[in-house]
Design a protein around this ligand. Structure first.
Ligand code: ARG
Length: 401
């Protein structure tokens, strides 16, 4: 056990690169950098990230390929819950932070470290997610937040690194703060801080502008088993692969761009630009299939809970009793969400063109207006009378006032 050994969540970017050195120099820590691949990295990139951590002065650096774990343990729950914060944001960063923290804790346990650290500022949600996850799964560990504590501007950080010849990531200088994973991409800062200004095209990386999308629509059939997408056009994929493939196909049609004003937990309204072609396509299809398969009382209750569930995730409450209880409810609801959805991708939209299910509750003979009609309309008269009885009583006594 060592209280001078620390595991830092390392992204390879400027902030966490200087944080390695700062933690060592100012606080005397032996820093172990932990870089988690949640689908943001191109092939070979994580090796470079690991080397960069060592070059910045880490005592050791570990790289974790967590793409499958991210898809299975985190994104799949978000799909089942149709989770969209403020009805819009599919929780890209919010989903990854509990997972990254889980790996920091694992690395701490393996190396005997008693401290973990993140590179978040004090103005965002990510600090909350890291620290609440740590409190929930490893309340004995101490958390350091070097960037929040240090409060350096970007230019000052570059100068500080220059004085010490710390190899600053040689990425092309971008005014944007980007976070990325399998479920989507987030962009903040620069001109985006003017909520009236249109996001420049250079902000986007996973989609074409709708006006440049192909003139012919493309159809994609998604198969779901118990609420989980398992195949595209009949071909089975594991979840991480399936998401990446839908992302690619939907992005080529300009699907999934989101420009919104967001309520951060720390009280700030911020302008956020997201790019989530795969997420928005899968969520649209999943929700539609639920409309076919879920009995209406259950469906209504679930819709009411979905916003709350998204809010819990957004607010860093992944590992909490309420989240767990809601998971049990959602898992029960998903037992019958089996079937296929045809999604039409065209000029920036993913719309449902058809759906079917072996356990769907659509009954043609009840719905039809043709001869096959099995619905006994004579019973409707009495039903309407009783349904309207309270309204009628009220109208007679009080409604005229
Ligand atoms: N506003 C989004 C959220 O709170 C995105 C955060 C992106 N994080 C980052 N470090 N750039 O989930």
């Amino acid at each position: 056990m060592s209280d001078q050994r620390l595991v830092l969540a390392y992204s390879g970017g400027l902030d966490t690169s200087v944080a390695i050195r700062w933690l060592a120099e100012q606080k005397g820590y032996e820093v172990i950098a932990c870089a988690v691949d949640v689908g943001q990295a191109e092939k070979g990139e994580m090796d470079r990230v690991r080397q960069r951590a060592m070059d910045c002065g880490a005592a050791d650096a570990v790289v974790v390929d967590a793409r499958t774990e991210f898809a299975e343990d985190f994104v799949s729950s978000a799909i089942a819950a149709n989770a969209l914060y403020m009805g819009k944001y599919p929780l890209v960063s919010a989903l990854s932070r509990p997972l990254i923290t889980r790996h920091l804790v694992r690395a701490a346990r393996e190396t005997g470290a008693q401290v973990i650290a993140h590179g978040c500022t004090g103005k965002g949600n990510d600090q909350v997610r890291f620290e609440l996850t740590a409190m929930a799964i490893a309340p004995d560990l101490k958390v350091e937040a070097p960037i929040r504590e240090w409060g350096l501007s970007r230019d000052a950080a570059i100068a500080w690194a220059g004085e010490r010849s710390i190899p600053i990531p040689v990425k092309k200088d971008s005014p944007y703060s980007i976070d990325e994973n399998l479920w989507g991409r987030t962009a903040e800062c620069g001109i985006l801080e003017d909520p009236w200004a249109s996001p420049p095209e250079e902000v986007y990386a996973r989609s074409v502008p709708a006006e440049q999308a192909p003139d012919t629509p493309e159809e994609l059939t998604l198969t779901f088993e118990q609420g989980r997408p398992v195949a595209i056009d009949g071909d089975k994929h594991d979840l991480a692969e399936l998401i990446a493939e839908v992302d690619r196909r939907a992005g080529a049609h300009g699907v999934g761009r989101i420009d919104m004003i967001e309520d951060r937990l720390v009280g700030i309204k911020s302008r956020e630009v997201y790019e989530c072609p795969g997420a928005m396509t899968i969520l649209r299809a999943h929700r539609d299939l639920e409309d076919l398969c879920l009995e209406q009382e259950l469906a209504q209750e679930k819709r009411g809970l979905e916003g709350r569930y998204a809010q819990l995730i957004y607010n860093g409450l992944w590992f909490t009793p309420l989240k767990r209880a809601l998971d049990a409810f959602i898992a029960e609801s998903q037992q019958v969400v089996d079937g296929e959805v045809r999604v039409r991708l065209y000029k920036g939209s993913a719309s449902v063109a058809g759906r079917r299910s072996p356990v769907g509750l659509y009954d043609h003979d009840l719905a039809t207006y043709d001869e096959a009609d099995q619905f006994d309309q004579t019973q409707a008269e009495g039903f309407v009378k009783l349904w309207g009885l309270p309204t009628k009583v009220w109208a007679r006594r009080q409604g005229q006032r």
